[in-house]
Design a protein around this ligand. Structure first.
Ligand SMILES: [Zn+2]
Length: 339
């Protein structure tokens, strides 16, 4: 056992390096900007990505991601194209994709699915602190004061604190870190076409499914590009498998995307590739479901399945090794949960 021979000082040093690397990575996101089709670009902030379509009359942008990224992107777009962002098309309301759009609000209109609005509103004032957050309420007054906050609540305190009173209520925690999500000006129910400079962007609703109930995909038909976030990743497994809807809703949403017929699939996570990777993503989930379901039927625990399930066909995917065990546990929970 090699590790037992490491002296404690060395172990401490290794830990320190690990911590400093991860905090450095948070401080310095890796930005990318790449053309993927005629007039269509894929821009990234570390593991999060968005797409945009450039026309003579301006730019149609999908998710703004966050304030710092959008500020950087606006400068890039000004330098590269010299036309303003005219539309921001939200994939869904989650803070890590939808924040920062206000950077473009002088020139842009914001579009999202109509269910976004309820997520951005504050739930009723008597909403209790959710399980998982209540442990931070050390003085037991039903709120998380700034001095009590740790983890994500400390890191994004201002994004949670809807009324800016320095304490997070149950309603504010339940709503999420959404203070920097610019509210949509335009909403739609099933499908919406945005036209600019002789080109189009289609927003297509994907239904109520396990990730959220306000998820759109964005398709640029002239370039044959589709953009999808979180419920489908491209050449990457999902980061999480969880939710309050059965897995069939997830498959139904993926099939909505498969039916659109575009050629290039660009992921909010993962990469961009042939749209056949949308189908491969569904097949990954189906194979994982089948293996986990067989294990459940045989009376095995999630931990035992984490030891035994390894899907070689997908081992080259981005983060497969990193997400493998949590995907198995998430699928186990999803298949054993009552909806
Ligand atoms: Zn999300």
């Amino acid at each position: 056992m090699e590790s037992q021979r490491l002296n404690p000082l060395l172990i401490g040093l290794v830990t320190l390096i690990g911590i400093s690397c991860s905090s450095w990575a948070q401080d310095a996101p890796v930005r990318s900007f790449e053309q993927i089709a005629d007039d269509v670009y894929w821009a990234g902030n570390s593991t999060h990505h968005t797409v945009l379509l450039v026309t003579d009359e301006g730019i149609i942008l999908s998710d703004p991601l966050n304030r710092e990224f959008s500020t950087w992107l606006k400068r890039e777009l000004d330098e590269r194209f010299g036309v303003p962002v005219r539309y921001v098309l939200y994939s869904h309301h989650h803070w890590d994709h939808a924040s920062g759009g206000a950077v473009f609000e002088d020139t842009a209109q914001f579009v999202g699915h109509e269910n976004m609005l309820a997520h951005l509103a504050l739930p009723s004032a008597d909403t209790p602190l959710p399980a998982g957050a209540d442990g931070q309420d050390r003085n037991g007054n039903g709120q998380i004061e700034r001095a009590e906050a740790s983890g994500a609540f400390q890191e994004n305190f201002e994004l949670y604190d809807f009324d800016g009173d320095g304490a997070l209520s149950g309603a504010e925690v339940t709503r999420g870190a959404l203070n920097d999500v610019r509210t949509p000006d335009i909403t739609y129910a099933d499908r919406l076409t945005v036209k600019l400079g002789g080109k189009r962007a289609e927003m297509i609703y994907t239904g109520v499914h396990s990730h959220t109930d306000d998820m759109s995909i964005v398709v640029f038909p002239e370039a044959s590009v589709g953009f999808m976030v979180d419920f489908i990743s491209i050449v990457r497994p999902p980061r999480y498998i969880r939710g309050d809807q059965p897995i069939e809703t997830w498959f139904a949403a993926i099939r909505v995307v498969e039916a659109q017929g575009f050629e290039i699939a660009a992921g909010g996570h993962g990469t961009y590739a042939s749209s056949s990777y949308v189908t491969l993503f569904r097949e990954y989930l189906e194979e994982l479901r089948d293996q986990v379901a067989a294990g459940i039927a045989a009376g095995r625990t999630a931990e035992e399945l984490q030891e035994s399930i390894y899907m070689e066909a997908y081992e080259d995917w981005i983060s497969y090794a990193e997400f493998r065990a949590s995907n198995i546990a998430g699928m186990y929970n999803m298949l054993t949960k009552e909806f």
